[in-house]
Design a protein around this ligand. Structure first.
Ligand code: HEM
Length: 510
């Protein structure tokens, strides 16, 4: 999923080119609307609504290189396409574009998204069941409590790395890091090798000039995991895929490790960024969270409805001529699931402002036989990570005007590029470990031993807010309601015994 992308500033903020501007023409051959370019990138939701008004629930569109496709906008039509797998195939080899010369398979930036690969995404029927069975078994082996424990540790370590500064850029330091750390761990990557893979995989997604080299490194690392796990299996996805009765070849195992990394990383990072952006920009959203009208998992669900991490899902191919949403679809035509458009279809959401956080019927994980098998893991990473962040830094506020937020966009997804926040500086959690038992009082006559209780109080660090209300109310200012560093933390520079410092380091590393 190396997505062609470009950067732009916030939302529908006047940056949309004026209608008819030839430099930004949104229509191409045949009067079809382009699903890429400035208009699609700055205001995709607006574009979907224009398409819906002009064509109904299924609209003809153009992808990069003016490749023709149908964008499914209706909620019911999206479900139809996703669930009628005999009519709408996931195998791109039946697409007529490969033979009609509509696409250059060597150079088109669409190939990473719609090209065939030997994985479950590109398979139908029995072959899909064989491959997907192995993937779901490898994901289901992780019990949620154990998973949360790992995410917990990664989240605290990440927060420890910036909490003393009183400011952080959360996309780079948190929302892109946590899913990658978790996924590389689940895949079976060793702790020593993980940072290299994390770095390469994040670069791969940014579609920079080093992306090709990063892709090669990701493949090489995953192949190495396969070799290692064949020798010494562990409790991880790679080992489970290798051991599964579906008898995946080494190449298939590697391809599915890559798929899990690609399918799980960017989507989960987007989800976390989108939730945190809502927390720091929307007082109503933050107020509902702080006031208990909406739990954090419900807030995540609301964002899944409103801003799906994958806005457009590639792709289905018609097995035969058919009609959908009033359009005549020909055998071999390409259809794209418009997940974001379907989620706000007025037939199911007459008023998009009405909260739907208690309802999980959105399309963000798609539907049917290919419905995301990692959705629980994605939700757990997002819930746990955000909960810990807001519990430790309940006073975070946006550090720049909202209009300065920027996105990297493509036909498929929008990624917030940065979320700078500020908060009252706090000591790292490692420094808040319980202090060692006080040393016995010195044998000096007539002097009370006051040092030990003070030391214990210092080690306890600043009070954390009560569980269940991790986030402070919207009115809280940057240095607002939460004490900056808690009583007694200022004197934390005292020299500790070497063994104590080593214990602290060890515990932080666990
Ligand atoms: C919030 C996070 C996530 C979102 C929004 C998301 C969304 C999606 C979507 C829309 C699909 C396409 C389904 C289709 O073609 O109809 C998909 C497929 C898939 N996802 Fe996720 N995903 C997320 C997290 C994850 C995670 C964490 C993992 C793995 C740990 C994962 C593994 C997969 C796999 C293996 C597939 C392919 C399934 C198949 O074709 O049978 N996803 N996901």
């Amino acid at each position: 999923m190396t997505l062609p992308s470009s950067e732009h500033a916030a939302g529908a903020s006047g940056l949309v080119p004026p209608p008819g501007c030839p430099a930004h023409a949104a229509t191409g051959p045949g009067g079809r609307t382009r699903l890429h370019g400035p208009l699609a990138e700055t205001d995709p939701m607006g574009l979907y609504e224009e398409l819906r008004a002009a064509h109904g629930p299924v609209a003809p569109v153009l992808l990069e290189g003016d490749v023709r496709a149908w964008l499914v906008l209706g909620y019911t039509e999206n479900r139809d396409v996703a669930t009628r797998s005999t009519q709408f195939s996931r195998d791109p080899r039946i697409w007529h574009g490969w033979t009609s010369g509509e696409i250059d398979a060597e150079t088109s930036p669409l190939v990473p998204m719609i090209g065939w690969r030997p994985d479950c995404v590109n398979a139908d029927g029995e072959e899909h069941q064989r491959l997907r069975g192995a993937v779901t078994a490898s994901l289901d082996q992780f019990d949620h409590r154990g998973l949360r424990r790992h995410i917990n540790r990664f989240a605290h370590e990440l927060i420890d790395s910036f909490c003393e500064k009183g400011e952080a850029e959360l996309v780079d330091r948190f929302t892109e890091q946590l899913p990658m750390l978790t996924l590389t761990h689940l895949l079976g990557m060793s702790e020593e090798g993980a940072p290299r893979l994390v770095h390469a995989a994040r670069d791969l997604f940014k579609a920079t000039e080093t992306s090709l080299a990063s892709n090669a490194l990701v493949i090489e690392s995953l192949e190495q995991i396969v070799r290692d796990k064949k020798r010494s299996p562990g409790h991880d996805i790679a080992s489970a895929l290798l051991a599964h009765p579906a008898n995946l070849t080494d190449e298939e195992v590697m391809q599915h490790l890559r798929l899990v990394l690609l399918a799980g990383y960017e989507t989960t990072a987007n989800l976390m960024s989108n939730v945190l952006r809502m927390v720091v920009t929307d007082p109503r959203f933050r107020g509902s969270l702080a006031g208990g009208q909406m739990t954090l998992p419900e807030a995540v669900e609301q964002v899944l409805w409103d801003e799906p991490p994958l806005m457009v899902c590639p792709a289905r191919f018609a097995n035969g001529d058919t009609t959908l949403g009033g359009q005549h679809i020909k055998a071999g035509d390409m259809l794209l699931l418009g997940l974001a458009a379907g989620n706000v279809d007025e037939t199911i959401r007459p008023d998009p402002a009405t909260p739907v956080h208690h309802n999980r019927a959105h399309l963000s994980f798609s539907a049917g036989s290919h419905e995301c098998p990692g959705q629980d893991i994605g939700r757990i990473i997002a819930d746990t990570g955000i909960d810990i962040l807001l519990t430790r830094l309940p006073d975070i506020v946006l550090a720049v005007p909202e209009e300065r937020l920027t996105w990297r966009s493509s036909t498929w997804a929008r990624h917030l590029t940065a979320l700078p926040v500020s908060f009252a500086p706090r000591p790292p959690r490692g420094a808040q470990l319980p202090a060692p038992l006080p040393a016995p009082p010195p044998r000096t006559v007539g002097r009370p031993a006051t040092a030990a209780p003070t030391e214990t109080a210092r080690a306890a660090g600043p009070a954390e807010p009560a569980a269940g209300s991790p986030v402070s109310a919207p009115s809280a200012g940057a240095s607002g309601t939460v004490p900056a560093a808690g009583p007694g933390t200022a004197g934390r520079t005292e020299v500790r015994p070497r063994w104590w410092r080593r214990l602290g380091r060890l515990l932080r590393r666990r």
